[in-house]
Design a protein around this ligand. Sequence first.
Ligand SMILES: C[S@@+](CC[C@H](N)C(=O)[O-])C[C@H]1O[C@@H](n2cnc3c(N)ncnc32)[C@H](O)[C@@H]1O
Length: 363
Amino acid sequence: MKINGNGSHNELRFIDLFCGIGGFRFAFEKAGCKCVFSSDWNEKAQETYAANFGEKPHGDIHTVAVADIPEHDILCAGFPCQPFSIAGVSKKLSLGKAHGFEDKEQGNLFFTLAEIIEVHQPAAFVLENVKNLRSHDQGRTFRVIHDTLTKALGYTVYYKIIDAQTVVPQHRERIFLVGFKESRGFEFPEFPAEGPKLESILETDVPEKYTLTDHLWNYLQAYAAKHKAAGNGFGFGLVTGKDTTRTLSARYYKDGSEILISQGPRKNPRRLTPRECARLMGYPKSFKIPVSDTQAYKQFGNSVVVPVVERIAKAVAATLQRQSDYRPELVLAENDKANAEAAKRIAKPVSYFKTKKRRKASA
Ligand SMILES: C[S@@+](CC[C@H](N)C(=O)[O-])C[C@H]1O[C@@H](n2cnc3c(N)ncnc32)[C@H](O)[C@@H]1O
């Protein structure tokens, strides 16, 4: 890490693993960090990434020698979530396949990450995954991940489930794990109390091809009615501009059923356009979409919500740029004490280090 003697930094360098279309990259660049390596094996995602960042990511992470990955301060990874998601697990179980870490194709990508962390010892990492990573296999998967990062690799880890609906009009809960090599007083950023509504991202002039055919709309209504009668919650998600949507999934291209935009009683509802999906995920207007609608839906459904990661990126960069012995709770306690003393007109500034000594002495 480029830390100066006084603890301040130059530009922080990050790597963008399982980068998809670059949600992490937008966020960390906005926080003033510099990307030094990216990897994703999906050719269509590489195309979108290259159109937006002028650089094609490396392919399969297993084909890159860990030592060849450039030095970096922050490792970012929204590692593939399929083995950890409830849908993925139940589908795999029904097909008699293994899940979680037993899934040799996907689950062990976490250990690939762990190896990169072990070799490169970044000052920090930010990992993202689906919410139910926390509860998968009765909490065992998460415990293995947490123990690996803390006990085996020695990082201080903070984690939080964040719902993006306070920054975009979409209910999307994801777990973020933020780790620091040196213990630092990190706090997850604050989010607004209330988020925007769907009308803020809807386009006005939407081509007819996004309106559902009678055949598909009838099918979705019949399917929903059948499941409702059986007491299940399955069905489509019909919304208006005043609403917040359900979670956009990578399967949205199939029938769009999780987010259907009402067009009034006399017209079938429509899907979101890829541009609206980009906005729903918080991508800027300038974001280029060089691929087909199907690919674009898959890519946005797999992505992170940029403004969520932006806030985390800023908090991580600020934490790294602070001295490593900073302890917010002690500073607060000190402030309280200093205020009390000032009130008593003993205007003597108190230092954190003196308090520390006193605490030691009285222990
Ligand atoms: C959940 S998506 C991450 C999306 C990304 N965070 C974004 O904002 O767009 C996971 C990505 O991992 C990629 N992936 C899966 N296995 C990989 C591997 N072995 N090497 C490189 N990329 C891989 C997939 O192609 C997919 O784009």
